[in-house]
Ligand binder design. Sequence first.
Ligand code: PLP
Length: 298
Amino acid sequence: MSSDVLGQALGPRLPSPLREVDEPAFTERGVRLLLKRDDLIHPALPGNKWRKLAPNLRSATASGHRALLTFGGAYSNHLRATAAAGRLLGLATVGVVRGDELARKPLNPSLARCAADGMRLHFVPRSEYRRRADPGYLDELRARFGGPYLVPEGGSNALAVEGCTALGEELRGVTDVAAVACGTGGTLAGLAAGLAPGQRALGVPVLRGGFLGDEVTRLQHAAFGAVRGDWTLDDRFHGGGYARTTPELEEFAAAFAARHALPQLDRVYVAKLLHALTTLAAEGAFPEGSTVTAVVTG
Ligand SMILES: Cc1ncc(COP(=O)(O)O)c(C=O)c1O
């Protein structure tokens, strides 16, 4: 399948829209805030899901695979997007899901959506899930499920990182800082590589742990053979950890969406990013006359 055929089958909206918003913490300091609406790229594969999956889907179909296998937790956006992509392209999908106790419970709405899109859900104990990057385990899964094309957890592999460079390229010449929320770091790795010299990428991890710098470096080496672009991480804004929220964050997200007539903001990633940028603007982290772009990844 050529990239054109993939584009025709899935009809992405690219480049994604870019919109300036008038947000007091920024305008008061003479800083422009732009929203890069990657969430509008595709209804079933929004944001970084499209950017990361599209090159993998091309590779899977070009190499004759008829099935995809990937990994995720019970609420994984990535599992949902993979299931939808499989349905749209006529590929079988297998989701290896963390937590075998889930097999005995009714499916939550996210997993129910995966199943409705035809994904075969394979629930595994947490101890087994921890082996999700172990080559021996991956061979076992390939043998068990008939040789599917494997996509890692969160969709972040070298092809995905390369796919995310287009996000940086779309932002050349329009911003000083491009900021993104980070889970696995794959989107940041590609974004930073796609920006022009003089522009910088800022990553806001939504997980605790401080491990992400090494991971972004590893992913850039896998994709490009070297570290690329000017990127940094600000680890202060995970708000207690993955999917943890606070009344303050909830209030901020609802008010931000209402002020700018946006759909409900993704709480796990996008709300934390916008909250972080607003705090940084108030701290004077962005010079007067500069432009900051927040990537709305989902
Ligand atoms: C909406 C959204 N934003 C950001 C991210 C983080 O992307 P990455 O894992 O590439 O850091 C994810 C996770 O895939 C996501 O679902």
